[in-house]
Ligand binder design. Structure first.
Ligand code: AMP
Length: 521
């Protein structure tokens, strides 16, 4: 049986890992780099660039470079590269395919199956899009695994003592906090909270604005608004941010950022760690509040937590660690390769699924409540369009639940099942996942005809809804994979696979394109 791999498909960086004698390791590229920057681009000659080479051209050619595509997963966003338009799935598939190639070259065998991680807070549409990206890249996705769960697997010492671990994961573009219960081989996510639009990218943008302010103060003009200048500023901001994790001050120098008449204007400014910290503190406060929400969802107090694990590149920022420690006094906070551990955990899980000798069993939870719109009894009497939860969030998956509803008026001959995900009592305030109808119901008085609505949520986060009219046994079912959530048909997956495949067939793309003479960042 061929090797199964674990893939951390990150907003900023991605990686591929596998197991060797039960131990996970990250597969490096030919230069020994473990992380693949999640950048895809086209060079001037129309050749595909993946990873570091695409990242390098970003400042000079942002219009030909795609970054942070993970933020668009599950939407119908399109991105133009060269002469063609691509979906977020296709761009992600290019990254996955590049990782797959890297693994195949190193392991000297074909890789066809993978476990891919996503933030615990990812919606169904985002999970589905990730699975499609895997398929387009030619991978069978054995499981879509929550990132904090993957991380917890790495730290699991497989002791028989039950430990409650809080996983705080702050990456480039997403944030999750999860409470994971570990007992021997069983890992169970008790609660998960987060924001899939918060991460290091936001800190970069705060610092980018700060740099633009400094430039204005120095020269009394705005920084040019063109994409190339703004991309340079953003890259300088990220570099400064990383430097401030180890230094109390850093100097940003960007020569020739603008000109005034014949005079070239440079940006040169010193930033202190304290300046940076005051810029990001409001964002970090949101992450600390999420800790409390996760604790209350898991019906736990701070004292119930035995250990905190920090995951994600942004947890290297000293203030992040400090704020987490201050909020959870007396609890040990551990961090080990925060940018690698999700991928390593994915490899462990891949090993479990392929029957390798890895002793752990995984139990996962659903991040959002799922239910339908229904007429419900409220303080105002019978009220239509209320959200009736069928699977409450934080239920262990896979799970199947049913609920019985009744017709609401005499001789009602049709019911529409509108499926939503979210936590609001008003159905329409939640995320609509789709709807379907059962028609031709037998004429009965109001409330006399029961209809059972069954939700089946599988390990990959795919929801199948079935409604059965109890009288005649008429059944109608529906999988959440409709157009509104930007899903692709298998024909479209095939088309996209061919489209990106032909890009890979152009000689000297992807890896060979790395510019040997370019400066290392
Ligand atoms: P990840 O998504 O886990 O790969 O994390 C990527 C994010 O971590 C990016 O926003 C990076 O800029 C950020 N990052 C990586 N290393 C550091 C560091 N030493 N200090 C601050 N942020 C970092």
């Amino acid at each position: 049986m061929s090797k199964v791999v674990g893939i951390d498909l990150g907003t900023t960086n991605s990686l591929i890992a596998t197991l060797d004698e039960g131990q996970p390791w990250v597969i490096p590229d030919e230069d020994g780099e473990l992380l693949l920057p999640s950048y895809v681009g086209m060079n001037e000659a129309g050749k595909l660039l993946v990873g570091r080479s695409a990242q390098r051209q970003y400042a000079a050619a942002p219009e030909r470079t795609v970054k942070s595509i993970k933020r668009q997963m599950g939407t119908d966003y399109r991105v133009t590269l060269g002469d063609s338009d691509y979906s977020p799935q296709e761009i992600s598939a290019i990254l996955l395919r590049s990782l797959k190639q890297r693994a195949e070259e190193t392991l000297e065998e074909e890789i066809t199956q993978a476990v891919i991680t996503v933030p615990a807070y990812f919606t169904d549409a985002q999970r589905q899009a990730t699975k499609e990206a895997g398929e387009i890249a030619g991978l069978e996705v054995l499981q879509i695994l929550n990132e904090p769960t993957a991380a917890a697997l790495v730290f699991d010492d497989r002791s028989e003592i039950t430990e409650n671990v809080l996983v705080y994961d702050l990456g480039g573009g997403t944030f999750d906090v999860s409470i994971v219960e570990m007992t021997g081989d069983v890992t169970e996510v008790l609660a998960s909270h987060g924001n899939n639009r918060l991460g290091g990218d936001d800190f970069d943008r705060q610092l980018q604005r700060h740099l633009a302010d400094k430039f204005r103060q120095a020269h009394d003009i705005e920084t040019p608004s063109d994409a190339a200048t703004q991309a340079r500023l953003l890259q300088a901001a990220e570099k400064a941010k990383v430097a401030l994790s180890t230094n109390a001050f850093t100097t940003v120098r960007e020569p020739f950022l603008a000109s005034q008449g014949k005079t070239a204007l440079h940006l040169e400014t010193e930033i202190s760690r304290a300046d940076f910290e005051s810029l990001i503190t409001p964002l970090l406060k949101d992450t600390i509040e999420a800790i409390d929400r996760a604790l209350s969802d898991a019906q736990m107090e701070t004292e119930d937590i035995d250990r905190v694990i920090l995951v994600g590149g942004s947890t290297r920022i000293p203030l992040v660690q400090q704020m987490v420690e201050n909020h959870l006094p007396g609890i040990s906070v551990s961090s080990f390769n925060p940018d690698l551990c999700v991928g390593l955990g994915a490899a462990l899980q891949a090993g479990v699924l392929s029957g390798e000798a890895v002793e752990s069993i995984l139990v996962d939870v659903i991040p959002h409540s799922l239910g339908i719109a229904a007429v419900m009894e409220t303080a105002f009497g019978l009220t239509p369009d209320m959200f009736s939860t069928i699977i409450p969030r934080n239920s262990v998956i896979p799970t199947s639940r049913s609920q019985v509803y009744r017709t609401s008026y005499d001789r009602q001959d049709i019911v529409e099942i509108e499926v939503y995900q979210g936590e609001n009592a008003i159905a329409r305030e939640n995320v609509p996942l789709g709807s379907f109808k059962i028609e031709g119901l037998p004429p009965k008085p109001a409330g006399a005809l029961p209809i059972e609505v069954h939700f089946d949520f599988d390990l990959n986060g795919i929801l199948t809804v079935t409604a059965t009219e109890k009288g005649k046994g008429q059944q109608s079912s529906f999988v959440v994979n409709n157009a509104e959530t930007g899903r692709l048909s298998s024909h479209e997956v095939e088309q996209s696979r061919n489209a990106i495949g032909s890009l890979f067939d152009i000689p000297a793309i992807a890896f060979a394109e790395e510019d040997e003479t370019a400066e290392e960042e």
